[in-house]
Every structure is written in C-alpha cells, then in structure tokens.
Design a protein. Structure first.
Length: 222
C-alpha cells in the first residue's frame, strides 16, 4: 500500500524534525516539501509509524504493509489545503518509482482519511486525486450530473459498496464518518454533507472498478 498524508505543520523542516524524533513516535518513508524537494527518512522495506490505528480491506497492521508519503502542508486552517503543482509533480514521479519497485494496485493508493476515517481528514478534499488517476496512480470515478442525483439516501445503503471498496465499518458504529471520508476523496462537493443518490452511484461505480482491477491484475488484496 501507499498512504498519502499531509504534515499539518508550519514548515517542511519542522515536519522532518518531528518525523525523525524518537520521542514523537511517528515517522514516514518520504516527505515532499511545498517547493518539490523530496526527503527519504525510512527505507521502503522498513516499517514506519505513519498509518496508526487504521484498516483497509480488513487488514489492520497497515504500518507493516505500506509506504507513507507526507506532503508539506499547513493542513485545514481552516479550509482544505491546495497543493502546489511542483509538489504534485514530484509526488507523481515518486509514485511511478515506488510502484515500479513494489506491486501496489491502484485500489491501495489511499488517503490517510480512507484508512482512518474516525481520526483523520488528510490530505483533504482539495487533493488532486483526478490528476493522480490521469497519471495512472489512482482510481477516479466522476460524480453523476443527472436528475435525481441530489436526492438524499440513507447512509446505511452505502455500507455494502464501500466495504467492497476497502472501507471498514465498525459493528454498531455510525457509518457517517466513513461515508464522509469517502465523500472527501471521491465526491468532495459533499464533504460534511449527508449522502445523496450521487454518493451511491459513485460508490457502486468505484466498487465495480475495484472488482474489475482485482480480476484483471495479478495482485492480491491486502
């Protein structure tokens, strides 16, 4: 897996110091500064402490099976951050290199908010996932623009398709935070809003795309 984060700090230098501080008990494999400078802090075949309490396709020890990439950013202060073109260009090159060394399927290039929806919102609803998809590093499903797409739906109807997409719903827990994490990445216009028919259509289309990838790629789910 590859997990994308933002640093939520004032500078890349401050973030690197924290990520290299043993007392902080947090680390990542790479950090990409806003100016495009990339710093590797952990070897790719070593475990870094970046995912925390998280889950994806039923797996839970994600630090042991993922590469963490931090993007220098002040985070939501208060709005979702916009990432500079030069930073994303370096990220795309890094993703090409990392995925050339490791068999990471598109479904496993994820946001921190995807795997820890009850705790995290990074890299945020303004992150350019469509640009990653265009470069061949993510799955993107456009939101429908059709009559009825804005009709509200019960969040519970999204549990089956989103489970097929890798999201984890705790037994008895309110699914709203998981649905919002899905919105934040795949239907950003609905971030913080109740789900609609558009949510359901995108969730089903995304599940179908992931099912197709599983069938056509010789890469096992985590």
């Amino acid at each position: 897996m590859i997990v994308l984060h933002y640093t939520d700090m004032t500078s890349a230098e401050a973030a690197i110091l924290r990520l290299c501080d043993p007392e902080a008990k947090v680390s990542a494999h790479y950090l990409i500064a806003a100016d495009g400078t990339a710093t590797q802090m952990v070897e790719e075949d070593r475990r870094a402490w970046h995912a925390g309490v998280s889950a994806w396709f039923g797996a839970t020890d994600l630090n042991s099976r993922s590469i963490g990439i931090e993007l220098d950013s002040p985070g939501h202060r208060p709005d979702a951050p916009i990432f500079p073109d030069r930073q994303i260009a370096v990220l795309l090159a890094l993703l090409t290199a990392v995925r050339g060394r490791w068999r990471v399927p598109l479904r496993n290039v994820v946001a921190h908010s995807d795997i820890a929806p009850h705790r995290k919102i990074d890299p945020g609803e303004a992150f350019p996932w469509q640009r990653l998809a265009a470069a061949g590093h993510a799955i993107y499903v456009p939101a429908p623009d059709a009559p009825g797409a804005a009709s509200p739906v019960d969040p519970a109807v999204l549990i089956p398709p989103l489970t097929r997409c890798g999201y984890t719903f705790a037994a008895g827990a309110d699914p709203a935070l998981v649905v919002d994490a899905f919105h934040r990445r795949h239907v950003p216009s609905l971030t913080g809003a109740p789900p609609t028919e558009a949510s359901l259509q995108v969730a089903r289309a995304l599940a179908a795309a992931i099912d197709a990838e599983m069938k056509t790629k010789a890469v096992a789910a985590p």
